[in-house]
Design a protein around this ligand. Structure first.
Ligand SMILES: NC(=O)c1ccc[n+]([C@@H]2O[C@H](COP(=O)([O-])OP(=O)(O)OC[C@H]3O[C@@H](n4cnc5c(N)ncnc54)[C@H](O)[C@@H]3O)[C@@H](O)[C@H]2O)c1
Ligand SMILES: CC(=O)[C@H](C)O
Length: 190
């Protein structure tokens, strides 16, 4: 997802195999090892932005003409509670997920007239390689980011997040556009 040609090829191959694209799910993402603002490196910043933000832009840019041609389309972006709040991730990850939510609203509002929907999901904490395989963790960043973790009732599962995605992907949510669905069992409600 960091190479535009690969993104284009992924979507071209989908059209070749299935005749079209119905739903684009921008799910790829990496963490930033909780690097706080004073500790973030250019390398981490650029890698996080390239995967978490630029790939979403490039895939969206590629799929929109397909959706406009057929008069409908559906994009689901995987954001994060870190796209709503400021302290549950490092600087780069938090900035990247805020960007994803902004892009979700932008695409929904500008392409809604073409019957194209764009919504996001913002999970809180789901044990996955992204969260369990972090290395060279910024101890300061982790410490300040986890001050409120005791208010998280429970972690989610990948199955629960996938099930949530079924709604914005389905026609049952046809009148929902530009929203970000909280998938955190109420943690952000506190
Ligand atoms: N796990 C959580 O607590 C949590 C919380 C909120 C949001 N998210 C988001 O959920 C999404 C999925 O992450 P996950 O938690 O399932 O972790 P994961 O590590 O299981 O999945 C991340 C996926 O992104 C893919 N990926 C990473 N870099 C890539 C690249 N350069 N090219 C192509 N694919 C690439 C990986 O192959 C992997 O399949 C991410 O956008 C993440 O930010 C996760
Ligand atoms: C990884 C992620 O988005 C949450 C903040 O744990």
């Amino acid at each position: 997802m960091t190479v535009e040609d690969n993104i284009a090829s992924m979507i071209d191959q989908t059209v070749e195999a299935f005749g079209t694209v119905d739903v684009l799910v921008n799910n790829a993402g990496i963490s930033d090892n909780m690097l706080a603002a004073s500790n973030v490196t250019d390398d981490v910043w650029e890698r996080v932005m390239n995967i978490n933000v630029t790939s979403v832009m490039r895939a969206t840019r590629k799929v929109l003409p397909i959706f406009q041609e057929k008069g409908q389309g559906n994009i689901i972006n995987m954001a994060s509670i870190s796209g709503l709040t400021g302290c549950r991730g490092g600087l780069a990850y938090t900035a990247s997920k805020h960007a994803v939510i902004g892009m979700t609203k932008n695409v929904a509002s500008q392409y809604g007239p073409d019957n194209i929907r764009c919504n996001a999901i913002r999970p809180a904490h789901v044990p996955t390689p992204l969260t369990t395989n972090m290395s060279n963790i910024d101890t300061f960043g982790m410490e300040v980011a986890t001050r409120g973790v005791n208010m998280m009732t429970k972690a989610g599962t990948t199955e629960e997040i996938a099930n949530i995605a079924l709604f914005p992907a389905s026609d049952e949510s046809a009148y929902i556009n530009g929203v970000t669905i909280a998938a955190d069992f109420g943690w952000s409600a506190y």
